[in-house]
Design a binder for this molecule. Structure first.
Ligand code: HEC
Ligand code: HEC
Ligand code: HEC
Ligand code: HEC
Length: 116
């Protein structure tokens, strides 16, 4: 058994290095990466960040104002919608290392020109 241990260790550390490798990053979050992955990954590197991590820097009330709409489109505000109010988790719509679309688009075809 002992002979195999070093090889196993090498393979194992490779696996860790690989899984912890930086994936696709959003340009607009460059400064967040400068402070380290854990700025977002508050629940460890093997789990998705919590909403609280995003809310350190973003404010749901402010976001709701930024994406406010008028007239018959008012209820299409993704940050204050008729189905979920301000309670929908960020990651239902926004990806960091992956490309997503707003969950609303599963069922609707709204125009969200500012979506990233
Ligand atoms: C340490 C601060 C910080 C954290 C944590 C953070 N962000 Fe950001 N985020 C920023 C800054 C700064 C910008 C660029 C300025 C801006 O557009 O608000 C930005 C930009 C964005 C944008 C693009 C805004 C645009 O320009 O259209 C989205 C979407 C976004 N963040 C979502 C998230 C989500 C989701 C999370 C949690 C997974 C998160 N952010 C965590 C600071 C942060
Ligand atoms: C701005 C916030 C933010 C930063 C900074 C960030 N991540 Fe993430 N990470 C996310 C989000 C959001 C997800 C959920 C999947 C997705 O949307 O891409 C995620 C998912 C992951 C996953 C997948 C976890 C799983 O359960 O499948 C890994 C691995 C990961 N990130 C690694 C990293 C590493 C390594 C860094 C630093 C180089 C980093 N992340 C920095 C927001 C961030
Ligand atoms: C699983 C499917 C589904 C998802 C996801 C979904 N909706 Fe809906 N939505 C519906 C259905 C079905 C109706 C029609 C029910 C009704 O009018 O009472 C509706 C109605 C609406 C209406 C009123 C009718 C219209 O088209 O103007 C708005 C506005 C709306 N949704 C916004 C949103 C927003 C914003 C999101 C994302 C935050 C979202 N929906 C996500 C299924 C969905
Ligand atoms: C239901 C889907 C959904 C959820 C949940 C959601 N967003 Fe958004 N977000 C969007 C869409 C869609 C846009 C673009 C709206 C538009 O084009 O009018 C957007 C825009 C933004 C912007 C850019 C605002 C601007 O004025 O350019 C930021 C920053 C952002 N979201 C961050 C977040 C954060 C942080 C969370 C969680 C606290 C969150 N979002 C939750 C769908 C969502």
């Amino acid at each position: 058994m002992k002979l195999f241990t070093p090889l196993f260790t090498v393979l194992f550390s490779c696996a860790i290095a690989f899984s912890a490798q930086a994936k696709d990053q959003r340009d607009y979050h460059e400064m967040v990466y400068d402070s380290g992955c854990k700025t977002c990954h508050d629940q460890g590197m093997k789990a998705f960040p919590s909403d609280e991590a995003c809310l350190q820097c973003h404010d749901m009330g402010e976001l709701a104002k930024q994406t406010q709409r008028k007239g018959h489109e008012a209820a299409q505000n993704p940050h204050d919608s008729m189905h979920y109010g301000q309670e929908a988790p960020c990651m239902e719509c926004h990806g960091e290392h992956t490309t997503k679309q707003a969950i609303c688009m599963d069922c609707h075809n709204f125009d969200y020109p500012k979506f990233k």
